[in-house]
Structure formats: C-alpha cells, structure tokens
Design a protein around this ligand. Structure first.
Ligand code: SF4
Length: 391
C-alpha cells in the first residue's frame, strides 16, 4: 500500500503561502456533556448557528484547498455525522492528506468501529488516526464527562478498534486525555493505565483551553502538567506507549516531546515562545462554513458560502489578510497542541532541538554540537501582549 507522502510538503518550511492543514468541525451534535468543551460550552463559541455544510458543499470546499498534509475532524462527536465516510473520501481523493484524524468520545462503540472500517477501506492512502478520549480511570471518567457508563463504552470502542488495527495497516489508534483542574492529580494513574493497555497506540494530553463557561476547569497547576509530560516521555522511551505508524513517526514522537516542553514553558511564562503559522499553514472550518485562523481566535475570515465555496477566494479577501496580520506580529499566544505541531515541524530554527530528541528516541547520540537555540531565542517576534487575544 502506498501512502501519501508527508515529504511533499517540505517547501512549506520555507514558504508559508498556502494551507497544508485543516481542522474541520463537521457537526455540533454531541452525545456527551463535557463541561470543559471549548466548542459547545464556550462563553463566546464560534459560529453557534447555521445549517451544516452538505456533502456537495464540502466536496467543493475540499476541491479548492489543494494538497494537504493532514485533516483533523472535530465537533461535536464526529461519528454522529452520517456521511462521515463520504466526507473523508472527498478529502482523501482531492487533497491527498498523509493523515486523517478522528477524535471520539467512544460512547458508540459499534458505530465508531463500523464507520472507521468503512473509512479505512475508502481512504487506503492516508493514515487514519482514531483517538479515543479517556480523562480518568473508571468512574472518575464518567463523573468528569457527565456520562454514566462512558468509561466502559470508551474502552469497548478502543478494544474494537484494536481488532481493526490487526487488519488494516493504515489504522493508528490513540488515546487523548484532556488535562484539567479536576483530573490533574490523577494523571499518573491515567498515563500508567493507558501505558498498560495491550493496544494503547499513542497517548497524548491536551491542556484544557478556550473561554469556557466554567472557567474553574482551567485552574491547572503548571508543575503537575510538567510531571504528566515527563511521565509520558518515560513511557514513550520505555516502549509502554507506541510511536506513530506513519512515515516520519519517530520525528513526530520527537516533536511531541518538544511540544510538551514548549507548552509547559508557554504556561509558565504566559507568552508566545515561537512564531505561529495559523491562518497561513493551518485553517479551521466550522460546520456551517465559517473559516478561522485557529480554534482560539474568534475573528472569522468569512463564510465560504459567500465565496462560492472557494477557499482560495476567501483567503485573498482583505478581511482574511487583515486577520492574519496580528498573528504574524505575535499578538496572541496559546497552548493548542495542533498548532504547536505545525509551529515546530515547519520552523527550521527548532530543528536542532528536534533532531536532538529524534537521536535520543533512536538510541543514538548526536554528534557533539553547539547547544541548540532555546525556543525563546528561536522566536522571531515575541508576543507584544501579556494576554492572548483569544479567549
Ligand atoms: S491563539 Fe494565536 S498563537 Fe494560538 S493558535 Fe491561534 S493564532 Fe496561534
């Protein structure tokens, strides 16, 4: 099987002229009630109304996007969208992404299993990453997410997906944990539990974000975040949790390690440490066609329905150009992991640090070299404001 190569996007290291990553909120429907949801429980949620884009509209939008490195679906619960397989197929055929990412709360094991299998068959040249959310072990997960029986269902989903992983080489299984005030004291337990699973796949943590209605979930202890990051790194090095299956997987694992360190420093120093390529390399699309530079900022570039579903036309508009300007000038900062991925992988000034981690993961020692620049010195333009322009 031939996968779409990620290396086709190397020119974006030097020229940030077109998007290579899309986050697409396919639906606002959800069968969970997570109190820290930055999308459905945000005090200033993006695009709270509007009819969902139809499959035909999505096909047109996808056609206007060109080649993409990865597409992250989001919501809501993405597997509640009935035409998810067709949507995935449109992006697979027209944008040739190396990775299609599907997060799920895992509350519908059979549905997630069946749709994933269809997607695996329909999109053979992309790596299909499915991440099940686990925010606690047992009842603590259910309490946190307001979903009685949710942990058992999520584990059943994970088990069923694990069976598929044996049959499809393009499936990559993962678990994601939201790091928030209410589970930060149980992170060691969660990380070790996931590390002990037979088919754990990768394990990532996401620091709670957004302008939540219940802000208290954001009262996180930075040192507890660092302990969790260290524990994940230890499990990764010991092989308890896996690395990705796709081309460049160890590079991605090295990036994960560097990313968590940068996020810890961003939280500690409350400022941006590296340039952000949101709006240039990555875009966010809502279920009703609004386009944003990222999930945090609420200044929309416009709605694709007003631009004939043509992303290129929308990005050429004065409104879109004006919205990107403050981002390139460093006016905001955040800890959103998806953006850190692009901001690390496409920033050559971080490569010495990245290569050092890559060598360590391969059990090799890098040749003696000058110390890599700290992320701080790698920043082209330090933030001009203490607080994020986002929520
Ligand atoms: S809030 Fe600013 S730093 Fe964070 S992803 Fe958006 S543009 Fe980038």
């Amino acid at each position: 099987m031939t996968f779409y190569s990620p290396w086709r996007h190397l020119p974006s290291i030097f020229r940030k002229g077109r998007p290579i990553q899309l986050t697409f909120f396919v639906t606002r429907d959800c069968n969970a009630k997570c109190p820290w949801c930055f999308y459905l429980r945000s005090a200033d949620g993006m695009d709270a109304g509007g009819v969902e884009l139809s499959l035909d509209e999505i096909r047109k939008i996808s056609r206007s996007l060109g080649r993409l490195l990865w597409v992250a679906f989001s919501g809501g619960e993405v597997f509640l969208r009935d035409d998810l397989v067709e949507i995935s197929g449109a992006f697979h055929d027209q944008n040739r992404p190396s990775v299609l990412l599907f997060p799920t709360n895992g509350l519908l094991p059979e549905r997630v299993h069946d749709q994933t299998e269809e997607i695996l068959k329909r999109c053979p040249n992309s790596v299909i990453v499915v991440k099940v959310s686990i925010d606690g072990v047992g009842a603590s997960h259910d309490v946190l997410r307001g979903s009685p029986g949710g942990f058992e269902k999520a584990m059943e989903t994970h088990r069923l997906l694990g069976e598929l992983a044996g049959d499809y080489v393009n499936l990559e299984l993962g678990i994601n944990t939201v790091f928030c005030s209410d589970n930060q004291d149980r992170m060691a337990e969660i990380i070790d539990f996931v590390g002990g699973l037979e088919t754990a796949g990768t394990h990532t943590i996401s620091a709670v974000r957004g302008n939540l209605i219940e802000q208290r979930y954001k009262n996180i202890d930075i040192e507890k975040y660092r302990h969790a990051a260290d524990r994940l790194e230890t499990n990764l090095r010991s092989g308890a949790t896996g690395v990705h299956r796709f081309t460049g997987s160890r590079l991605k694992a090295a990036q994960d390690i560097l990313q968590r360190r940068l996020i810890h420093r961003t939280l500690s120093e409350d400022r941006r440490l590296v340039p952000c390529y949101s709006g240039r390399l990555s875009l966010v699309l809502s279920e009703s066609g609004e386009v944003y530079p990222c999930e945090i900022l609420k200044s929309s570039f416009g709605n694709l329905r007003d631009f004939g579903h043509d992303m290129r036309k929308l990005l050429r508009s004065e409104r879109a150009r004006a919205a990107i300007r403050p981002i390139t000038e460093g006016a905001c900062h955040c800890t959103h992991e998806c953006n850190f991925i692009n901001n690390i992988l496409f920033n050559p000034r971080l490569y010495p640090a990245l290569i050092k981690e890559w060598f360590k993961l391969n059990g090799l020692r890098p040749a003696p070299q000058a110390p890599p620049p700290s992320p701080e010195t790698a920043s082209c333009r330090p933030s001009t404001r203490a607080n994020s322009a986002g929520p």
